[in-house]
Design a protein. Structure first.
Length: 388
């Protein structure tokens, strides 16, 4: 349930940059980094298989046994889920949080989001450490702001609010990210960066790191994921007021968080967008998305919760998704109480389903935001009545 983008090496930058020419080095430099950060599944060559000797087979058996013992010990479902489902990036790998000390005015590199409460203000610095290109990341400072919220389970979450100029100020997309990612990864120059997504949707968009991810405190677990998205939702209502329109958008593992919150039918949620969703953890593991009953050991029970969502819900899935098969998206579509026509991307896979290069996906999401969310539909009906 992850679509991790690896960092380019310095040699990759130098080798590619040498072929770009000298007519516009700044533009070529920007395009270079954007291209390097794009997922490239088509250029991977299959590795030749090596025959294992007796020693190699014994080592493989030992590794498998060790992994099995690590996973099932202790035999508590919550601990097993944590080891299998959550894969957080190393803190500081994609971004850093800095703050201005309130006491002496010095600049401090924060060790966690919890320290932000001691700062006069905070900001995010991102980008590869070996290659500093401020022009690529100026929008992080100019077009948005980091903030920290505290959950009911006591964890402090690192969040980022991207403001769209000229967009609908009263509508916000609350984005729940996939596994093996953090907000810094979505700040890297690519077709899935926060600023590109916000500009494509012409809507403010809020990202947050789950507990134990990025600079957020706590431990990754299912209960924390649900508490995390609820805390950010409450924060948005407090800041924007009771008339704010919130659209929940989840990608991969983030769909479980979005579905859990949407199933509680909180006020101000006018729509839900599920990108590459899965029905539940065990259903995904067994490749049986339509299993009517859930095992007591199952986790992320989106199959049961989907039928409780009152808000209009859009399902988007890639037909070439090899991580979460499209059958899971179709199964959830059948469970929904207020489904809108889904979109199954012909060339979509798990890594590129939210890419702004997927023009049909972007068009479908924009149509949903403008025409199919609850509040927007009501406004059109009221306008039609007034004209009559």
């Amino acid at each position: 349930m992850s679509g991790r983008v690896t960092h380019p090496s310095s040699s990759a930058f130098s080798d590619t940059f040498a072929t770009t020419g000298e007519e516009d080095p700044k533009r070529a430099r920007v395009k270079l980094v954007q291209d390097v950060y794009e997922p490239r599944h088509d250029i991977r060559e299959p590795r030749p298989r090596k025959r294992r000797g007796c020693c190699g087979k014994c080592c493989l058996i030992c590794k498998v046994c060790g992994l099995f013992c690590y996973i099932i010990c202790p035999p508590i479902p919550e601990y097993i889920t944590r080891k299998l489902a959550f894969h957080a990036l190393k803190r500081g790998e994609t971004y850093e949080i800095h703050g201005l000390n309130e006491e002496d005015g010095t600049v401090v590199k924060l060790s966690s989001a919890k320290k932000a409460h001691e700062m006069k203000r905070i900001w995010i610095e991102t980008g590869p450490k070996k290659v500093r290109m401020p022009e690529l990341f100026a929008w992080v400072q100019n077009d948005g702001m980091p903030f920290v919220v505290k959950t009911k389970r006591g964890n402090s979450l690192a969040c980022y609010w991207y403001h769209v100029r000229g967009g609908n100020a009263n509508t916000i997309i609350l984005f729940a990210q996939p596994n093996s990612s953090d907000i810094g990864l979505f700040m890297q120059p690519s077709s899935m960066s926060i600023n590109r997504l916000g500009s494509a949707f012409q809507t403010d968009i809020v990202f947050f790191d789950y507990s134990g991810f990025g600079y957020s405190t706590g431990t990754p677990c299912e209960k924390n994921v649900y508490a995390d998205i609820e805390a950010v939702y409450d924060y948005l209502r407090d800041v924007k007021g009771e008339n704010v329109e919130i659209i929940l958008m989840g990608l991969s593992m983030g769909t479980a968080a979005s579905i859990d919150l949407a199933a509680k039918n909180p006020p101000n949620v006018v729509g839900v967008i599920l990108l590459a969703p899965f029905t539940s953890a065990l259903r995904l593991l067994r490749n049986n998305p339509d299993d009517a009953e859930s095992c007591c050991l199952d986790r992320f029970l989106s199959f049961e919760k989907a039928s409780m969502i009152e808000a209009p819900t859009l399902v988007i899935h890639g037909l070439e998704d090899g991580t979460i098969p499209v059958t899971h998206g179709k199964s959830l579509q059948r469970q929904l109480k207020r489904p809108v026509p889904p979109f199954y991307a012909k060339n979509g896979d798990h890594a590129n389903i939210l890419s702004t290069k997927q023009t049909m996906v972007m068009h479908r999401i924009n149509h949903f935001i403008l025409n199919e969310t609850t509040t927007k539909s009501k406004s059109r009906r009221d306008a039609a009545v007034d004209t009559e």
